[in-house]
Design a protein around this ligand. Structure first.
Ligand code: GLN
Length: 469
C-alpha cells in the first residue's frame, strides 16, 4: 500500500492543507486502486480528478453508494430497472461534500434498492469481503464498506434504513454512523423507505466519520423532513469515559448471538469500564418486535416508492403489446426477487382490510420502541449492543432463507424505527473476522456519541491495515 493511501481521510486532508500532498496525486492514487478493485465494490469509477475548489476537505475523494443521484453519472441503486440511468441532478449530500472538497471517486455496489444484508441482492453481482473473499461484506452498503476496508477509497457514504451502514461496517471492520433521522437531506437519494432512510459515513476511524458527517448535515429546502443540526459537529477527542453510563438491553442474553461476537462485546464492555464508564442493564421491552415492525413498514413504504418504475420515466423498458403489458414486463424483467417479495408484502400490508392489522399495528409498535429508548435515555447515555449477531457469513449461506437473512438486522432495526443515531466501531476479531460494537444515543447526540466511540476506539486499538495492503 502506498504511503498516500495509508493515510486516514483526515490525515490526507491535513497533508494537502500543509502543502505536503498534491490533491491530484491523492485522487489518482485512489482512482487507480478503485479501477483495479477486484471485490466488485465499484459500479463506476471517475476518469479524473475535478479541479481543486479550496474546500475544507482538501480534495480527499469520496466513494458514493450507487443510490445517490450524481448528475450524468450512472445511478442505478443496484437495480437492473435503472440500468443506464444518468440523473440530471445531484443528491444534496453529494453536492455538499463535493463543495466541501470531497469529489466523487466512484459509485459503489449495493443490494438492489438497499434491500438486503449481504449485497447478494445486487443486479450487478455480489461484493466480496476483503477479509475473506468467500464471505459477504454485509449490506446493503456493501460496496462502500468493502472499498473503505480494502483501501480503494479513503471514505464513503452509504444509507441505513434498518442497518445498512452499521452492519456492513461491522462485517468489514470499519466505522459506520447512522445519523439522527432528518440530520442529513434525503434529496437525490433513490428511496427505499422514506421514513427510515438516512445517509451517513463509512470510514476507517471515528475522526473521519465526524469530519465527513460535519459536511453532510443541514436543513435542505428540497427535503421537508430535514432539519438544521442543533450544534456544530466537533471532531472527537475524548480518551476516557468517566461519567458515561452505558446500558445493555435487559434481554440481551447472548441467545442468538455467536459466542465469538458475544465474547468481543463483553470484552469491550470491560474495557469501557476501565475507561471510567458505568455499565447497567436497561429495559428496551419492545426491541424484540423491531424486526417484525420493520419488515412491515419498510416494504409498505417501498411498495409505494417503487411504483414509479414503470418503464416510462427511468432506465429499463421492456416490450409489451400494450401499455399495461409494457409496465408489467418492465417490472418483471427489471426487479430482482427480493424487491418483488417486498413489493408484494408491502402492497398486501397496505391493502384495505389488512391495513389496520399489519401497517397500523407496526406503526404502534414503532411508537413503543421510540418510547422505550426515550425512557432508557433517562438513566443511561447510550444503549450498547453487538452491531450484528454474527461475523461475515459465507456467500450463499442465507440466500435461500429470507427470514434468516432478516435476523441480521436484530440489533440495528430498532434505531431507525426510533429515528435515533447509532454508530458501529470495530471491536476486535472472532475467527479472524471483524466484530462491531454499537452505541445508540438520543436524537442529535452525535457529538457525544462520536466522542464516546473515539475513547473506546483509542483503547481498542483495532488494526485493519492488513486488508488494505
Ligand atoms: N437489511 C435490511 C433490509 O434488508 C436493512 C437494509 C437497509 O438498511 N437499507 O431491509
Amino acid at each position: 500500500m502506498s504511503e498516500i493511501t495509508a493515510l486516514t481521510a483526515a490525515q490526507a486532508a491535513a497533508a494537502v492543507e500543509r502543502g505536503d500532498l498534491d490533491p491530484r496525486e491523492l485522487f489518482e492514487a485512489y482512482r487507480e486502486r478503485a479501477a483495479a478493485d477486484d471485490l466488485n465494490a465499484y459500479l463506476w469509477v471517475a476518469d479524473e480528478a475535478p479541479a481543486a475548489n479550496g474546500g475544507p476537505l482538501h480534495g480527499v475523494p469520496l466513494a458514493v453508494k450507487d443510490l445517490f443521484c450524481v448528475e450524468n453519472v450512472p445511478s442505478q441503486a443496484g437495480s437492473r430497472i435503472l440500468e443506464g440511468y444518468r440523473p440530471p441532478y445531484t443528491a444534496t449530500v453529494v453536492r455538499k461534500l463535493a463543495e466541501a472538497g470531497a469529489p466523487v471517486l466512484g459509485k459503489t455496489n449495493q443490494d438492489e434498492f438497499a434491500m438486503g444484508s449481504s449485497n447478494e441482492n445486487s443486479a450487478y453481482g455480489p461484493v466480496l469481503n476483503p477479509w475473506d473473499r468467500t464471505r459477504v461484506p454485509g449490506g446493503s452498503s456493501g460496496g462502500s464498506a468493502a472499498a473503505v476496508a480494502a483501501g480503494s477509497a479513503p471514505w464513503a457514504i452509504g444509507t441505513d434504513t434498518g442497518g445498512s451502514i452499521r452492519q456492513p461496517a461491522a462485517l468489514c471492520g470499519i466505522v459506520g454512523l447512522k445519523p439522527t433521522y432528518g440530520a442529513v437531506s434525503r434529496f437525490g437519494m433513490i428511496a427505499f423507505a422514506s421514513s427510515l432512510d438516512q445517509a451517513g459515513p463509512l470510514t476507517r476511524d471515528v475522526t473521519d466519520a465526524a469530519l465527513l458527517f460535519r459536511h453532510m448535515v443541514g436543513q435542505d429546502d428540497r427535503d421537508s423532513t430535514s432539519v438544521a443540526f442543533p450544534e456544530p459537529v466537533a471532531l472527537p477527542s475524548a480518551q476516557r469515559l468517566d461519567g458515561i453510563r452505558l446500558g445493555v438491553p435487559d434481554d440481551l442474553t447472548g441467545e442468538g448471538v455467536e459466542p465469538g461476537v458475544m465474547g468481543r462485546f463483553e470484552a469491550t464492555l470491560a474495557l469501557a469500564q476501565e475507561l471510567g464508564a458505568a455499565i447497567t442493564r436497561v429495559p428496551i421491552p419492545h426491541a424484540d418486535y423491531a424486526i417484525s415492525a420493520y419488515y412491515v413498514i419498510a416494504p409498505a413504504e417501498a411498495s409505494s416508492n417503487l411504483a414509479r418504475y414503470d418503464g416510462v420515466r427511468y432506465g429499463l423498458r421492456s416490450n409489451g403489446e400494450d401499455l399495461l403489458s409494457m409496465y408489467t414486463q418492465t417490472r418483471h424483467d427489471g426487479f430482482g426477487a427480493e424487491v418483488k417479495r417486498r413489493i408484494l408484502i408491502g402492497t398486501y400490508a397496505l391493502s384495505s382490510g389488512y391495513y389496520d392489522a399489519y401497517y397500523g399495528r407496526a406503526q404502534r409498535v414503532r411508537t413503543k420502541i421510540a418510547d422505550d429508548f426515550r425512557a432508557a435515555f433517562e438513566s443511561v447515555d447510550f444503549v450498547v449492543t453487538p452491531t450484528s449477531p454474527g461475523i461475515a457469513f459465507p456467500l450463499g449461506a442465507k440466500t435461500d432463507d429470507p427470514l434468516a437473512m432478516y435476523l441480521n438486522d436484530y440489533f440495528t432495526a430498532p434505531m431507525p424505527l426510533a429515528g435515533i443515531p447509532a454508530i458501529s466501531i470495530p471491536c476486535g476479531l472472532s475467527e479472524g473476522l471483524p466484530v462491531g460494537f454499537q452505541l445508540a444515543g438520543p436524537a442529535f447526540s452525535e457529538n457525544r456519541m462520536l466522542d464516546a466511540a473515539h475513547a473506546l476506539e483509542q483503547a481498542l486499538e483495532f488494526d485493519g491495515s492488513a486488508v488494505r495492503a
